[in-house]
Design a protein around this ligand. Structure first.
Ligand SMILES: [Zn+2]
Length: 132
């Protein structure tokens, strides 16, 4: 499958921005990028910069048994973030600065978008969040 549909999303991540797809017809937001609006089927889709704030719907800390290619990254955490604007997305979660790993995270915690280096985004194009 072509990567074209996510190119702008990934370019946004590299630039430190979280972009949401916005329908030019009904103005609704959706995530992840699609070829047609899931609400009205319009193919006229643009982009809107998210304010990067949301809450943690659910999360998991992977300590063992990483999927192939992720072994060197253990431990790591993945969460589902519900953005203030409505859409939700799967994201990586930063461990806390105080060395406590992800102990401070809980469901419904307020989180904010905090991208890593552009180099890391190139390697793994995914949004990262931390506790707000
Ligand atoms: Zn629409």
């Amino acid at each position: 499958m072509s990567h074209k549909i996510v190119e702008e999303f990934r370019a946004g991540l590299c630039a430190g921005e979280l972009l949401l797809q916005e329908c030019d017809s009904c103005r609704r937001l959706n995530m992840y990028p699609r070829y047609a609006c899931p609400y009205c089927q319009s193919e006229q889709l643009g982009w809107k910069r998210s304010n990067g704030r949301g809450s943690l719907h659910s999360f998991t800390v992977q300590r063992l048994g990483a999927p192939a290619g992720f072994e060197a990254e253990l431990p790591f955490a993945l969460g589902v973030v519900k953005l203030e604007e409505g859409p939700q997305l799967l994201a990586r979660l930063w461990p806390s600065d105080d060395g406590g790993g992800w102990d401070g995270y809980a469901c419904d915690a307020v989180v904010e978008f905090a991208p890593p280096s552009a180099e890391e985004i190139e390697r793994r194009p995914i949004a990262w969040f931390r506790l707000a």
